[in-house]
Design a protein around this ligand. Sequence first.
Ligand code: NDP
Ligand code: 8X3
Length: 257
Amino acid sequence: MENHICNRTVLITGASSGFGRQLTLDLLDYEVDLILVARSMNRLETLREELSSRTDRLVEIHALDVRDRQAVESALSDILSRHTVHILVNNAGLALGLDPVDQGNPDHWDIMIDTNLKGLLYVSKPVIAQMRTLDSAHVVNIGSMAGRMPYPGGNAYCASKAAVHALGEAMNADLLGTSVKVSTIAPGAADTNFSPTRFEGDTEKARAVYEGFTPLNAGDISHAILCVLNTPPHVNIQHLDIMPTAQRNPYLLHRNS
Ligand code: NDP
Ligand code: 8X3
């Protein structure tokens, strides 16, 4: 793949696990500086050690909960005073529960909406303000097929991801006439820590999600993000759906019995 992002600074939220973690590792081949955000400092420190043994580039880590507006404002103010962020990957997110809306847990709804939607807005605002002054910049939002085609029990999660897709379109509209591109990637079923988180550690339930077919993995999504980032300046992939071959939409999943 051509390298259109050499010497850029990339800020990734949700870098401690899954898609975000794999992307940081894959970005080692692209000669970029990395600013990594997640809540768990331990996992970020382990990741930084692994990265630092393989690169001399900047690897800066920040333990930050994207739901905490004041903490995000303060951390971003500090980061942006010291660095120019050319690429933002809004990846932090989660699902909690899989129950019909009348049996859903409102605390779960708050966490999903605060993380997947409001956290993304909080992080994007200051970064995009700086990006407007740059010759080229790129925001990648991680949406979901769950936001394209809601499924039973997905309610608040699906709605939060549909909102991410709407935000991606709205950001592109806001940034007309600038060099800031906005891309939204909508993955289908991918085997990460997503399902263990959704089912709050119930490993049987989590494993069952991926039984009988080959799901996407973190490397597949990282590859898709890198493809989107490595387009020439005049090309903006605004939306990308990516699903396992065995899954054609959230309802149509072929499992080997
Ligand atoms: P993981 O659970 O493996 O990773 C989620 C990441 O988000 C972790 O690094 C976690 O770090 C971080 N995160 C969660 N909440 C917060 C928070 N409040 N503040 C900061 N960071 C947070 O799952 P995935 O890699 O699969 O998920 C990444 C994104 O992809 C999510 O937005 C998810 O909704 C989306 N997605 C996933 C799909 C899948 O099937 N796996 C399919 C479609 C979309 P920490 O816990 O350290 O804070
Ligand atoms: C995650 C995809 O379909 O497993 O966003 O909910 S799905």
